[in-house]
Design a protein around this ligand. Structure first.
Ligand code: ATP
Length: 308
């Protein structure tokens, strides 16, 4: 579990985090989103006990990050944006070294390294030098080192940055396989990652909390609309204007060769839309759902300047 209340971080006079609050329930994966310099890394470093906050409260795995920083470090695994790997070490030796640093007792070290190798899918490269493994496998080593102390909470700073599409899918699957056992907060600039991996999101901008909640909650409160894309032989503005005249329809605009039609949540205008398209001879080719996606939501929240 992660609970952040009115968290503030100032670097000198510069306020990087301005009183944000959010909660991630045990066993869930949440995304921390925001533009460059939003305060994501700062927040994550505070939550791992490595950076003191200026004010506020944060509880990670039942420990207070201000009063019990050592317990927080023991209960947390952290994948920083740039993982400090040692290229001349083998994967196993490196994980053993991290186990020593994290204070894993010598009697439990072998088991801890074995578990981290297994969780990271690294058994086949355990004896390879880190400099000789691929970028994706290096990222797996980064995640494995975060898991070495069997932490309840994982904080992952841009876990898929710099990876190729196949590696991104592999790392996402690896993260998803950890859901349930651990509470995970990950930062990312890839919005699709959020829908594919996360149960909920926290969106911050310039140190302010813009929104937080499950994806369904946010779509309901910021979107509030359902819709459909309709592909027609005779589409365009004329067709859009006809759909705008239907009861319940709030918007209808031509978009990429289709018309995007939206109506208030809880209604369903699809029957009327299809009937109108047929009656007016518009040549109905296809209809598909146009629910608000995470890109729409993010842009609406960050660009729209909505502050919770
Ligand atoms: P990015 O997506 O670009 O990694 P971020 O959301 O992780 O950005 P942070 O790295 O937390 O953002 O930085 C938030 C703000 O705090 C930025 O304006 C940054 O320049 C500033 N900042 C970060 N670390 C320090 C520091 N040690 N001293 C002074 N300012 C800092």
């Amino acid at each position: 579990m992660i609970e952040v209340t009115e968290l503030v971080k100032r670097y000198g006079d510069f306020p990087a985090v301005k009183g944000i609050s959010f909660k991630v329930e045990k066993g869930k994966i949440w995304g921390l989103l925001g533009p460059n310099a939003a305060g994501k890394t700062t927040t994550m470093r505070i939550l791992t006990g490595y950076l003191p906050a200026t004010d506020g409260k944060a509880v990670v795995a039942e420990f207070d990050v201000f009063e019990q920083a050592n317990e927080v470090k023991k209960a947390t695994g952290y994948l920083p944006e740039v993982v400090p790997l040692y290229p001349e070490m083998t994967v196993s030796a490196y994980l053993g070294f991290v186990a020593d640093i994290k204070g894993v007792s010598s009697s439990k070290k072998k088991e801890a390294v074995g578990r981290a190798l297994h969780a990271g899918g690294l058994e086949s490269v355990r004896h390879r030098l880190i400099k000789n493994i691929s970028r994706g496998y290096k990222q797996r080593v980064g995640i494995a080192q975060a898991l070495i102390n069997d932490p309840q909470v994982l904080i992952l700073d841009e876990p898929t940055i710099g990876l190729d599409p196949a590696q991104i899918i592999e790392i996402r699957e690896l993260i998803k396989s950890l859901r349930g056992e651990r509470t995970i907060l990950l930062s990312t600039h890839i919005l699709a990652e959020v829908t594919q991996t996360c149960d909920g999101v926290v969106i911050i901008n310039e140190g302010n909390l813009m929104a937080s909640g499950s994806l369904d909650e946010l779509t309901a409160s910021y979107g509030g609309r359902d819709g459909t894309f309709i592909r027609l032989r005779k589409g365009g503005e004329e067709a859009a204007a006809l759909f705008r005249g239907l009861p319940g329809v709030e918007t209808a605009v031509p978009e990429g060769g289709e018309v995007r039609i939206e109506w208030g949540r809880g209604q369903d205008c699809r029957d009327d839309i299809a009937r109108l398209a047929v009656e007016k001879g518009l040549g109905l080719l296809e209809m598909r759902p146009a629910a608000m996606n995470i890109e729409d939501l993010y842009l609406k929240i960050v660009s729209g300047g909505i502050v919770q």
